[in-house]
Design a protein around this ligand. Sequence first.
Ligand code: CRA
Length: 844
Amino acid sequence: TGKEKWPKGEEEVWKAGMRGVDKDVSDITKSFVNHAQTSLARQAYNLDDFGAYEAAALAARDDLLVNWNETQLNYTRKNPKRAYYLSLEFLMGRTLDNALLNLGLKGEFEEGVKKLGFNMEDLLEKERDAALGNGGLGRLAACYLDSSASQEIPVWGYGLRYQYGIFQQLISPEGNQLEAPDPWLEHQNPWELPRLDVTYEVRFYGHAERSSDGSGRANWSGGQEVMAVAYDVMIPGYNTKTTNNLRLWQSKPKRGFDLNSFNAGNYEAAVESSNSAAAITSVLYPNDHTSTDLANEATVGKELRLKQQYFWTAASLADILRRFKNTGKPITDFPDYAAIQLNDTHPTLAIPELMRILIDEEELSWNQAWQIVTNTFFYTNHTVLPEALEKWAVPLVEHVLPRHLQIIYDINMYFLQAVEKKFPGDRDRLARMSLIEEGYPKQVRMAHLACIGSRKVNGVAELHSELVRTTILKDFVEFEGVSKFGNVTNGVTPRRWLDQCNHELSDLITKTLKIEKKVWLKDLAKLEGLLAFTEDKNFREQWAAIKQRNKERLARHVQTTLGLTVRTDAMFDVQIKRLHEYKRQTLNILGVIHRYLTLKSMTPAERSKCNRKVVFFAGKAAPAYYIAKLTIRLIVNVARVINADADTKDFLQLYFLPDYSVSLAEVLIPASDISQHISTAGTEASGTSNMKFCLNGGLLLGTVDGANIEIAEEVGENNVFFFGHLTPAVEDLRYQHAYHPVPIEQKCPALAKVLNEVSAGMFGDGGVYEPLLNTIRQGDYYLLTDDFDSYIAALAMVDDAYLDRDEWIKKSIRTTAKMGKFSSDRAILEYAESYWNLEQTPVS
Ligand code: CRA
């Protein structure tokens, strides 16, 4: 507002010392050399590529900081409502290239490092992925941060600063997955700002004493106190000054060590509590969709995960409340200034934690507190798989968080009273809806708590949101009304997933659409303009040539990392995602074997008419997920056999690429002709790699599931390859399997033949695979026997379509052209408008 007084000292002196964002190449080279010299203590004589990456990163970081400072000041001045995205996972990948793209300094940096004797591509390769996530949920969070900043929306991320990210995957010669730690913080991390002054105390254990004054308050004391220390990660928007913040918490002991034990000479006991504090943020849990794995783990493992969740939510809430209190507004206004998004149920403890603060510390009444809570939180569900719905054993919660258990019981009591009032005498309903599941032990149902504590609930694709409404939260829809339960279809950021990973294609699009400064990257619907060029032969040739060069880039990558030679005159077929039975990598590998057997049975003349194909798999298996690991082993051994078969190897090659990561995806996705998204119908909530492949002109082979459905709606069913049973059939098919099983030989002879070859040892000791094969022979929960024939038929349709190369390219262009809907910009704007009620707040 008007002219503000300069806060300290002489304005001119301050301003003369301030740095702006680098503008030209000479600014950049100066900054680079400066950092090499002083931050890194290196010179031209001893600066290697890694050092040069670090110097470039530090120069870029300075630019980010200038914008970050301005953004934070802008928010403080305007005090808009903000949203807080609480996610236990942020799968960021590499940062440097993204930072330069968003700053608009890619060309300048490239030229600058070249003048200093380096090649930018080599430097980018030196950066280690920040892999603080398992898969889709964590990568979605990263895309949403990019979009929030790009769309100038005040969103902060809150997560944990794990010392070790997702494990590194090694594959033994026998094909076994081995896990190694991911010490990603081994070198200094230029992308974070340690905020050693921003700390909060978080309590565990102890006891909670309810006060006798009828106020409902309690006093929680004793136990262990741990410090949370903030590390800030700058999140630059594309082509804007807005640079938001991701705050990651690290745990540390409140006191260095216990002096009493130390003085008594008991040094181990003295450091024990400090070790247990540090352990909280030491490692990311590698289980995806398997809270049953957690349930089977030793109690200690589960306790650490519960402590992670509380540590993170407590520190984040304290920080959010402190920021709110600085504005001087009354606490009852809190929901007007803060929306808190719960990324799945992992941060649900924030609900009882906010109740605790409001009641025990702010001294509000229960009703006032509940009013604030239920206007503040929003809950996104990411899965309907029963085994992935979080539950915590009541005795464990009581031990670790005694006050929170009291509050959960109180919430439950008031809630069930209200249900009873609406549905009198319906005891089954009360049991189904209760926050507490009966059993030994009793368990807290976190999805129920997240649902009733939130203002709105959403799923991540149309079908999935409908399944949330009609299955896992059906009773809640009947009780609270359907308007609380919405859908926001996932999206992906076109900056990373098109411009960065497929620069040539992005340039061709810009040139073709004649759009200045690539503004289409922030308005993805503009891609539709490409439709007009499908009939342009010259454009099609350029399009196809880029796909070909991307295949060659992938082949070079496989050659340098694995020493294997991939042929590039073939169709590239890719399935990359977590290994999980519901995602059915097994269906894919059995399909590959079927293709191999078919090729083997042909004469050379027949074979020569076949489509050449290279199949790629990549993905990690949860360390304790035996069947998933066995699937990897089968893939690796099938690859060993068929890649060595002189009869067929010109027509079919197979690769399992180890240690799947964001960076590997960036090489694989642009090279794909066809990608597979073949989950049992109704099991994959959305999927997001499906969107990335299509954005890069790869076609989709999939089941009628998750976001595949909406992709087909956009691009047209004649541009995707669908197969398999639909969601409504699944329950009945499973019933048939359980009560009227039909032998595979009868039901699906083609599949039976494949299974028999595996059993008989075509790919090494068949006995090893029996447990995997038996999941299909017995029970077949994921319906492979039901979908195998239509899967093989769909693969044949893909082959036929690919033989008409020109038509294929047209399909490819049409697919990219219609992907506008799947930008995470669209998704984040939907959250901002329809959920959080936020406004765009550009830096002025
Ligand atoms: N595994 C779903 O399974 C979805 C992402 C992001 C998942 C995916 O289909 O695309 O979330 N679910 O919404 C999940 O993590 C806890 O549930 C996933 O990443």
